[in-house]
Design a protein around this ligand. Sequence first.
Ligand code: NAD
Length: 292
Amino acid sequence: MNLLDGKKLAKDIKAEIAEAVQQMTNDGQKAPHLAAVLIGEDPASQVYVRNKVRSCEQVGFQSTLVRRPADITQEEVLQIVDELNKNADIDGFIVQLPLPDHLDEEAITLAIDPRKDVDGFHPVNFGRMSQGMPAYLPATPSGILEMLRRYEITTEGKEVVVIGRSNIVGMPMSILLAQKAYPGNATVTICHSRTKDLAAHVKRADILVAAIGRADFVTADMVKEGVVVIDVGINRVDDPTAKRGYRLKGDVDFDGVSPKASYITPVPGGVGQLTVTSLLMNTLKAARKEIY
Ligand code: NAD
């Protein structure tokens, strides 16, 4: 079994981005600038945004955090989005999801200028991605492609099974791995909550991507020998012995599955690490106007 070490890859990629930023500033250009909008007090969102801002600092980006209380109105959020769209100093921005229930997430996503949509959630970017056009790719699937590329894992002609069909992970992952490209050219099956006999599909997988959100959902008896396992799940499970009272676990039973796997991502230290570096890479592309 080989570990797909997201932590090491993220460190390498950040060093490469930092070098590119250094080059840009040496050439008299400004450093890329990412803004993040954080609304409300959701603890996980606060951790994610803090991590994104810290990562920006590590690679020499400028970053701006726009924090607003949970009772902000829809109009006020749209106003912020409009200002960020127009602010020439900001190359890209994200609105951290989920938003409080009274806000219309879809309308807010649609209001973001696709040219600044470094999360790749706008339907224009999703559509461009689906047609193989240059686009901001959603961060988690993009990080997984980078991982497959850097570990030189063959995808062509392979049976890929993706469990989960969310707009941010499962669905774009299935599209990208079926595309005529590397990593891609795979035969992709997408499974979800209504799939019949999920275990039979998973058993066929040469490469398995699990993005479900249920700890230890995939067990050793479900996978075949030699499978490549990409575990996207981040689940908090109670653990009174842990300092914070919980531990993070993936969607795959790591201890059971890893002896059968040729490659596997750990949780934590796997895919999650690359999600942030993908956002940084998208912001660098935005600053260099590589997509639009
Ligand atoms: P989601 O809740 O939007 O989607 C979950 C998907 O799992 C759904 O499409 C559903 O059909 C499927 N599913 C649920 N129960 C199932 C079952 N019994 N059998 C088969 N399929 C089932 O979740 P998401 O946003 O795609 O996230 C999935 C997981 O990945 C979560 O644990 C989340 O925390 C994690 N995540 C991690 C990162 C990262 O950076 N590593 C990024 C995003 C999400």
